[in-house]
Structure formats: structure tokens, C-alpha cells
Design a protein around this ligand. Structure first.
Ligand SMILES: NC(=O)c1ccc[n+]([C@@H]2O[C@H](COP(=O)([O-])OP(=O)(O)OC[C@H]3O[C@@H](n4cnc5c(N)ncnc54)[C@H](OP(=O)(O)O)[C@@H]3O)[C@@H](O)[C@H]2O)c1
Length: 319
């Protein structure tokens, strides 16, 4: 299978939607039963309650004996998050919570432009030499910033970024034109997050008020940027069009979105889809969709023509 799956954990923790270790354990078992083992976590998950998702992973000893392979992201999204001291505080607490000495990928979750990137990269390189992680990942950076890290790594012999997480789905295809060619040039794998646009393809209709505390509640961290990314007339029109063509084949929007990413998008060998869910039933459905094959040509054509009509207002994950 050329495109890997990585299980997201941004809804995991007592203040998230997967509130108990037992429920999360069942989710991990389900995910493993489909032959998967990669997990994506972050200091910040679930948003607003840092450390809760990592704590669940540690309590379950997820990484023990290689049953699962854990990636996580440093504390970011605030000025001063990437000073040397702050990075050490973050990684030390994260490894302790995860109950491991080493993880697979350590990400800078988003740029901290108050600290020189060279200083940040130097600390990342130190941690790499100390054996704290195997791969250096970046997320939500500008193109020229990714290039800067990749070039510096080459020049200084420092650890180079080899994974990048960005928004990529049927209504967010901007990475195809500039980001992906750069990632290919520097041998950086691309991991597509929000494959279902955080539920935009199935859970919200034009004119509907978002559920309080939900994925589109503007008063929450996630809801704020999800609204700014997806709540646009042309994107609602796109989803309505997709629903119509999907209905001709009995294929719902979420299935279209996941099957497109796996079989028709520009993801390829070594890239991955970050799988999202807020309950086990959703995860099961998504894993089933992901097992299904390529889409009928007509649907792929509609996806491409929709893209032509929305590409100027499509969201992009640069912070
Ligand atoms: N690097 C970054 O900055 C970044 C950013 C975002 C995500 N990520 C990673 O990527 C992972 C996936 O992203 P995501 O959570 O945004 O993925 P997503 O699949 O686009 O969105 C997940 C949400 O979509 C809805 N959903 C999922 N499956 C569904 C189904 N079968 N039926 C109906 N609704 C469904 C649920 O909404 P409800 O909650 O309303 O039920 C769920 O919370 C995250 O867990 C995280 O690990 C990384």
C-alpha cells in the first residue's frame, strides 16, 4: 500500500471527546486490527489541555514492544515556545508522559518566529544527537521556511526535516502546486491532516449554527481556524455538488474524500493520511472507506472541476 495511515489523537483525553483510557484502548485495538501501527500526537492535544493525549498513550504503553510507533509535536503556538529552555522543558515532559526514551518523529508544530530558526534547529539537532527521536518533522511553516531548514541541515550537517504535516483534502489542494515539489526535492514525506476538513464534508450545512464546543465553534482553538478555513460560500457549494454526484453512486462525501486522498491525490510512497475521528464508530467507518478502492472516473472529474472553481479561496495551513 503506497500511502500509509497514521492515527490522529487530537480528540483524545479527559477534556477531549475520547475521554477514558478504556475507550482509547478500544480505538487503538480497532486501528491495529486493520494492520496499522503509526500514531500522531502533540503536546497540545486535546487543544487547551496539553499533555492529556500523551498521558493516555503512556498509560497504555502504546509504544511498548513496537506495537505502535509514536510521533509527537513540541509545545508551539506561542511566542517563546521554541527557545532552547522551552524546547527542553517540552520534550522532557513529553517523553515522561509517553513513558519512552525515544519517539519516531518529533515535530515543530508551528513556527515560533520570535526565536531565530537557526537557534531552534540547533536544539533540535542536539536532541537528535542525544537519541530522543529518529526523524525531525515540521508543520504549518511557510514554504521558504521549510527550505531554510532543509538547506541549513545540508550546510551544517544537522538533522534534516524528513516529515511535514499540512492541510490536504479535496477542498484544500494548494500543497500540490508549490509545497509538494519542494518536499519531494528535499526528501520530506507529506502527511495530510484534516482529510475530512474536520467534519466539514458531513457534519455542517450552509447556514447552520455550529454546535457549541464542536469542530466549528469559533470560541474554541480548533473551531476558530476551521471556520476561517472552511466557512465560505464556494466551499459549501462544492460540498453540495459533491454530495449530488456521490449520491448517483451511493458514495457519501467522507468516503469520497478518503478514497480520493488514498487513490487519486498526489500522495505517494512514504506519504500518509492522518486519520481523524471523535468516536469509535467514525473510526471504523473511515477505516472501511480507506480499504475501498479508487473512485468512479465521473466523481474524480467532478472533484477536479470543483477544485478549479474554488482554488483561489481554498484554505492553506500556514500559521
Ligand atoms: N499538524 C497540525 O497542525 C494538525 C492539524 C490538525 C490535525 N492534525 C492531526 O491530524 C489528525 C486528523 O485531523 P482531523 O482530526 O482534523 O481529521 P478529520 O478527519 O478531517 O476531522 C475529524 C473530525 O471529523 C469528523 N469525522 C471524522 N470521521 C467522521 C465520520 N466517519 N462521520 C462523521 N464525522 C466524522 C469528526 O467531527 P466531530 O468531532 O464533530 O464528530 C472528527 O472529530 C488529528 O487527530 C491530528 O493528529 C495535525
Amino acid at each position: 500500500m503506497p500511502v500509509d495511515l497514521i492515527l490522529g489523537t487530537n480528540n483524545v483525553g479527559p477534556h477531549g471527546k475520547i475521554k477514558t483510557i478504556k475507550d482509547f484502548s478500544e480505538i487503538l485495538d480497532l486501528y491495529a486490527s486493520y494492520g496499522n501501527k503509526y500514531l500522531d500526537c502533540a503536546y497540545i492535544y486535546p487543544a487547551g489541555f496539553p499533555g492529556e493525549a500523551e498521558t493516555f498513550l503512556g498509560e497504555l504503553q502504546a509504544a511498548k514492544d513496537g506495537k505502535f510507533v509514536v510521533d509527537t509535536k513540541l509545545d508551539s503556538f506561542r511566542d517563546g515556545a521554541h527557545t532552547e529552555q522551552a524546547i527542553y522543558v517540552s520534550i522532557t515532559s513529553q517523553l515522561a508522559r509517553l513513558k519512552v526514551d525515544k519517539i519516531r518523529t518529533l515535530y515543530l508544530h508551528a513556527p515560533d518566529r520570535t526565536v531565530s530558526f537557526e537557534a531552534t534547529h540547533r536544539v533540535i539537532n542536539e536532541l537528535y544527537q542525544q537519541g530522543k527521536f529518529e526523524r525531525f518533522g515540521m508543520s504549518n511553516y511557510r514554504l521558504e521556511e521549510i527550505i531554510e531548514f532543509a538547506e541549513r541541515a545540508e550546510k551544517n550537517g544537522w538533522v534534516a526535516p524528513s516529515a511535514y504535516e499540512g492541510l490536504y483534502n479535496i477542498v484544500s489542494r494548494k500543497p500540490e502546486t508549490e509545497l509538494l515539489p519542494v518536499l519531494r526535492k528535499y526528501n520530506i514525506s507529506f502527511y495530510a491532516y484534516s482529510p475530512l476538513a474536520s467534519g466539514f464534508f458531513s457534519n455542517i450545512k450552509r447556514g447552520q449554527d455550529p454546535a457549541p464546543g464542536g469542530q466549528f465553534d469559533p470560541n474554541t482553538f480548533n473551531g476558530g481556524y476551521n471556520q476561517s478555513w472552511f466557512f465560505k460560500d464556494e466551499l459549501f457549494t462544492a460540498i453540495e455538488e459533491l454530495e449530488l454526484v456521490g449520491a448517483q453512486y451511493g458514495i457519501p462525501n467522507n468516503a469520497i474524500a478518503l478514497r480520493w486522498l488514498r487513490h487519486h491525490s498526489q500522495l505517494s510512497d512514504g506519504d500518509a493520511i492522518l486519520v481523524g475521528y471523535s468516536k469509535i464508530e467514525q473510526l471504523k467507518q473511515n477505516l472501511e472507506y480507506l480499504e475501498q478502492g479508487s473512485l468512479p472516473d465521473k466523481i474524480v472529474q467532478v472533484i477536479d472541476s470543483i477544485w478549479e472553481s474554488i482554488k483561489d479561496s481554498a484554505p492553506e495551513s500556514v500559521f
